[in-house]
Write a protein that binds this ligand. Structure first.
Ligand SMILES: [Zn+2]
Length: 158
């Protein structure tokens, strides 16, 4: 007994008649009792009918010649000219766009940026202090003093 997932994986082949008689019979048995798979088959049949109703469009006869002409004219241009074009100076629209972005970023940084949270200056100082003492952690004499004082103090008994 196949699952709905297995049946639905075969439904497209069923609809176009690409299955063996045994496979078709198995799917038809399943569809008799399964509304979900029956709906799926109906949807696939309608899709197939719509696709069959479409007529293939004729490509204009001169289309390929025009494409080939463009490709060949591109290949005939000297490589230096193509390279120069690839790295050409940005167009005015790009420059204007970059200026607007820079202006918006500057406005945000100057006016709209939220103020730093309270204590941020202290955190910054602690971070800088830590970075300056990274290669000699025992050089922090204040911390050493606190540690020694704690070690020397009489232990509190709970
Ligand atoms: Zn099913």
């Amino acid at each position: 007994m196949k699952s709905c997932k297995d049946i639905q994986a075969q439904l497209a082949d069923y609809v176009v008649g690409a299955l063996t008689d045994a496979q078709r019979a198995e799917i038809e048995r399943h569809i008799r009792d399964c509304a979900a798979c029956a709906r799926e088959r109906l949807a696939l049949e309608r899709t197939g009918a719509l696709l069959n109703a479409l007529r293939p469009q004729e490509t204009p006869a001169q289309l390929w010649d025009a494409v080939r002409n463009v490709i060949e004219s591109e290949q005939r241009r000297p490589w230096l000219e193509r390279l120069r074009e690839a790295f050409a100076f940005p167009r005015p629209a790009y420059v204007a766009g970059a200026a607007v972005l820079a202006l918006a970023a500057g406005l945000y940084l100057m006016v709209l940026r939220p103020p730093p949270p309270a204590g941020a200056e202290t955190d910054n100082y602690i971070e800088q202090h830590g970075l300056m003492a990274w290669n000699d952690p025992l050089s922090d004499k204040a911390a050493l003093g606190v540690m020694l004082a704690q070690a020397a103090a009489p232990q509190e008994t709970p």
